[in-house]
Design a protein around this ligand. Structure first.
Ligand SMILES: Cc1ncc(COP(=O)(O)O)c(C=O)c1O
Length: 445
């Protein structure tokens, strides 16, 4: 890839200084941030202005699924931007027609209509509105170990501590039990989790509940893969009580797990599905809510009270259609499925070598290592919503060794772009191998 070298390019230091002086950073004490400047990126590699090469082992925010710098997507964006940059969403465009049709073809079951948003949180906001308008009920059930976005409604549904500063949020949001409790190695038995959910439905009154939201596989709260039978059990409870099932596939969707959508592993069709991230591989902002046929039909004769200036933005849609073609042309979804066992073998090798690895999980290239202080009783390396000197040292080690990934609580995420080669994957795990020796020293017993 050739990159135009502009005159008077800024150094990393200048970029960081001015960015910190005049812009805000997400989820940060502003004075504490220490950002890395990136100039360009290709495949699984990020490059600083000075040419330092950093392995992207987390696809940024588990979102650049096809990898960086794909010219097929860039060209599609340029072509659309050259022809038509924007019309407001009451107009229609060829790219909207083509992408709508394409998504209807890959979405599970009879999810065959989408409302386009700007990102994941807005998809959640609109799913809340559609569920309430469709059912005439107002309560929403959501879990604690969940992240659904940072707008007010999505933040209320979010169960993790990022919610606390935004409270009180929406009225009518009620928690139901998680499949995986914090600090435990294994998920709860399916029957126990479903019984807990059924109890909440009973206590709240099914006739008051519009929807049950869940991340099909929980993302930032720990790549929590539900045991077989759970997703089908939630579907059954929803059917029995006339409640809409809303699968949040913003992070788990678009090939990450080796299927188009994570929910495809359990052959279940949710009533609404939210998506973003891999929908464009983050080349441009785009989200969507997919709606089952009979639910969308209700709005044929009833007003949909929702709208966004940038819904169906043509250039974002062009990025999306081109991204979907890349998944297919490069067989990236099959590739993620095939790389799943390769990632698992790395996880297993590290678990066998390092006493600090308490457990590991992955489905396709959606993976994580959980670190522990003790195996028995099982004691995470950090307390809930905390860090520890060991985890901070691991973060520093990875940065010094030019591997970017998410380190949060007691976990190291392993979510590279789906185009990663076996050699690149091995390189990332070799660096993590080195980092884990820091944590091993803290293990007791
Ligand atoms: C499962 C899930 N839902 C929703 C969101 C919010 O998406 P966005 O940041 O695009 O608003 C995220 C973001 O990480 C997510 O992981």
């Amino acid at each position: 890839m050739t990159v135009q070298v502009a005159q008077n390019r800024m150094t990393s230091e200048e970029i960081a200084r001015l960015s910190k002086e005049h812009t805000f950073f997400s989820w940060s004490v502003q004075g504490a941030v220490d950002p890395i400047a990136i100039d360009h990126a290709e495949g699984v590699w990020l490059f600083t202005p000075e040419g330092r090469r950093i392995l992207d082992f987390n696809s940024q925010l588990m979102s650049v699924n096809i990898g960086h710098g794909d010219q097929r997507v860039v060209n599609a964006m340029i072509e659309q931007a050259t022809k038509l940059q924007f019309v407001q969403p009451a107009f229609v465009t060829e790219i909207r027609a083509r992408l709508g049709e394409k998504l209807a073809g890959i979405l599970p079951g009879d999810l065959d209509k989408v409302f386009f948003t700007l990102g994941g949180a807005e998809a959640i906001e609109n799913a809340i509105k559609i569920a309430r308008q469709y059912t005439g009920r107002y309560k929403i059930l959501a879990r604690y170990r969940a992240y659904h976005g940072a707008t007010m409604g999505a933040m209320t549904l979010t169960g993790d501590p990022r919610r606390w500063a935004t409270e009180p949020g929406l009225v009518g949001v009620v928690r139901y039990p998680d499949t995986h409790r914090w600090g435990e190695r294994e998920p709860r038995p399916v029957e126990e989790s479903l019984k807990g959910l059924e109890d909440v439905i009973m206590y709240e009154g099914p006739h008051t509940i519009a929807a049950i939201f869940l991340e099909t596989i929980v993302g930032t709260n720990g790549i929590l893969i539900p045991p077989d039978g759970y997703i089908q059990g939630v579907r059954e409870l929803c059917d029995r009580h006339g409640i809409l099932m809303v699968a949040d596939e913003v992070m788990a969707g678009f090939g990450r797990t080796g299927r188009w959508f994570a929910i495809d592993h359990w052959d279940t069709v949710p009533d609404l599905m939210t998506m973003a991230k891999g929908l464009t591989s983050s080349y441009l902002p785009l989200g969507a809510v997919a709606i089952r046929h009979h639910i969308a039909e209700k709005f044929d004769s009833t007003m949909f009270f929702g709208g966004l200036t940038y819904s169906s933005h043509p250039v974002s849609l062009a990025a999306s259609l081109a991204t979907l073609r890349v998944y297919e042309e490069d067989h990236l979804i099959e590739r993620a499925a095939a790389m799943g066992p390769v990632m698992r073998a790395h996880h297993e090798r590290l678990a066998a070598k390092h006493p600090s690895v308490g457990t590991h999980r992955n489905l396709g290239l959606f993976g994580i290592l959980d670190l522990v202080r003790r195996h028995d009783p099982y004691t995470p390396m950090t307390n809930f919503n905390a860090t520890s000197p060991e985890m901070s040292a691991i973060s520093r080690y990875l940065r010094e060794h030019d591997v970017y990934t998410m380190v949060s609580n007691n976990s190291i995420h392993t979510n590279p772009p789906l185009c990663i080669s076996e050699e690149e994957l091995a390189h990332g795990f070799e660096i993590i191998d080195g980092a884990l020796t820091i944590a091993d020293e803290a293990v007791q017993g």
